[in-house]
Design a binder for this molecule. Structure first.
Ligand code: NAD
Length: 510
């Protein structure tokens, strides 16, 4: 099994003395201002870095590169271990692809990491003790972008979840917890409904958690989990979840912490990682010299820790906290009670540099120390499973007459063969044949389940499984009969038994 991306990176090994070469991109809007500020702070703090700069963002989009990145920039990205990225402006209108998604997928950045911490009273939040990290799976789930309109009425989006994909991000979350002295990792899924996809994530979480007895672990269903994150965020430490849920909860937690403008985020891959502020390009204040560089500075500190310069990151973070405490605030953080000086970007940057070596007096200091080493996650391909074809779901576009499932059922019973017999028909997952309810609303999208006629059905763990193997020829012959009868099949899904377990969901009411 190939786990790495097809782009072969050529990054230098880490060395404590040698500078690490990183890629930077200023981006759009306030990007240039906050990047300059961040680079001056990095330099003053003694970060051992060298830079390659690439062009990304609005102008590159408008030049006709639909991903917002110039073609020659890929080579540079691939060469260096880390990418510090300024925010970009995505032009309005169609045809433009998200740069973040493109880079994430092309470079195999499998984990999105977003620390969210409160800075009360300097930045308002109802939860002064909140200090958590969301680790989001970054490549799979509904974000694979595989969508099809299948019938006049129905559109589909494929949710893909892989075992190595789950394992990598979950291991990363536990390794992160260990490296950063965190106590607990919480998994969030919706596996009460999506028993196979989210169920896999939860199952792998439980397996990996057993290898980390020093770290507590627990699991919440995502709906109550998200509610708790907004009502009692201070009870969480590291949260690991699938792509879509992670996208949503990381915005909730950033807002609840009150620190959207201060937050940084990391996208981690095996060899390459991308670091950026959470906020956008803020075109409304671009060029005015008032932008707060803290989000990008936080991202840069995550980057320093990632490349083994945690001590430098710690110095910068503590100077930043001290600046906040001393009431030197950019406009976005202005408040009457705590602001002593309303600082420009330049003044704020200078204030942070002046405080390098100092610690905050009231806020909890950053303590990365030697513990926060670069995190390495290795996932081995598992053994191949024993897979047996036991049936097929044929999806039909059918809107004849009154859309009577009984009528469709009778036609299909006649077309089914000895080897593949009609088991049921569902409409949007609800069983409508045999013995459906007349109240069920039926669209033009029908899933027709055919299973082996050799019905030596035996009970297995969590349901029933069919043991007889179906030859592929039978599936093809069935499809031919359906086509000959004028039925419009839009896709099929094979039904497998894998290692003796039913590897597909039952219909609602089956
Ligand atoms: P935004 O985050 O750019 O701005 C929202 C508000 O916050 C604005 O009032 C802005 O002035 C303020 N703000 C943001 N960052 C600030 C900072 N560092 N200092 C002071 N004030 C700050 O969000 P938006 O206005 O919705 O988006 C603007 C553009 O940014 C859009 O084109 C959007 O697509 C893009 N965007 C890019 C990224 C990224 O590159 N990762 C992320 C989000 C939005």
């Amino acid at each position: 099994m190939q786990l790495k991306t097809s782009l072969k990176p050529n990054v230098q090994p880490l060395s404590p003395e040698r500078p690490t070469r990183i890629t930077i991109a200023r981006g759009d809007g306030i990007g240039g201002e906050i990047m300059d500020a961040t680079l001056s702070i990095l330099e003053a703090a003694g970060a051992r870095l060298e830079y390659d700069e690439i062009r990304i963002g609005r102008q590159v989009y408008l030049e006709g590169h639909s991903s917002g990145i110039s073609p020659e920039a890929w080579e540079v990205l691939r060469r260096n271990r880390a990418f510090l990225k300024g925010p970009i402006t995505t032009p309005q209108g169609g045809g433009y692809k998200s740069l973040n998604v493109t880079i994430r997928k092309a470079m195999g950045l499998y984990a999105n990491v977003r620390p969210c911490r409160a800075y009360t009273p300097y930045v308002e939040s109802n939860f002064p003790d909140m200090d958590l990290v969301v680790v989001r799976e970054n490549e799979e789930d509904l974000y694979a972008g595989i969508e099809h309109r299948q019938t006049t009425e129905v559109v589909q989006c494929l949710k893909l979840v892989s075992r190595p994909g789950c394992e990598r991000v979950i291991r990363y979350a536990f390794e992160y917890a260990r490296a950063y002295g965190r106590r607990k990792v919480t998994c969030m899924t919706k596996d009460n409904i999506m028993k196979h996809t989210d169920g896999l994530f939860h199952e792998v979480f439980d397996e990996v958690a057993r290898e980390y007895p020093d770290i507590q672990s627990d699991h919440y269903i995502i709906d109550i989990g998200a509610a708790l994150l907004s009502a009692r965020p201070d009870q969480f430490d590291v949260v690991v979840t699938l792509n879509l849920y992670g996208d949503i909860i990381s915005d909730i937690t950033a807002l609840v912490a009150g620190s959207v403008g201060l937050g940084g985020s990391a996208n981690i891959g095996d060899n390459i990682a991308m670091f950026e502020a959470i906020h956008g390009s803020a075109p409304d204040i671009a060029g005015k010299g008032v932008a707060n560089p803290s989000g990008l500075v936080h991202a840069a500190c995550m980057m320093l820790t990632h490349i083994g310069q945690a001590k430098v990151a710690e110095r910068i973070l503590n100077a930043l906290l001290r600046t906040l405490e001393d009431g030197i605030h950019t406009d976005d953080l202005y408040n009457e009670a705590y602001t002593r000086h309303r600082a420009s970007t330049e003044e704020f940057t200078r204030a942070v540099i002046e405080r390098l070596g100092q610690e905050p007096e009231k806020l909890k200091p950053a303590l990365l120390g030697d513990a926060a080493k670069p995190i390495e996650v290795k996932v081995q391909p598992g053994k191949r499973s024993n897979k047996q074809l036991v049936g097929v779901d044929v999806f039909l576009d059918w809107a004849d007459g009154r859309r009577d499932p009984g009528e469709l059922g009778r036609v299909l019973e006649e077309l089914a063969g000895q080897q593949l017999q009609l088991k049921m028909i569902t409409n949007r997952g609800v069983k409508v044949y045999p013995n459906g309810f007349p109240e069920t609303f039926c669209t033009d999208h029908w899933r027709c389940r055919f299973v082996s006629g050799d019905s030596r059905v035996k009970p297995m763990g969590n349901g029933m499984a069919y043991t007889a193997q179906v030859p592929y020829d039978e599936v093809v012959a069935l499809l031919q009969r359906l086509a000959d009868a004028g039925l419009n099949f839009i896709k099929i899904e094979n039904l497998y038994e894998i290692d003796g377990e039913r590897a597909y969901s039952l219909g609602q009411g089956e």
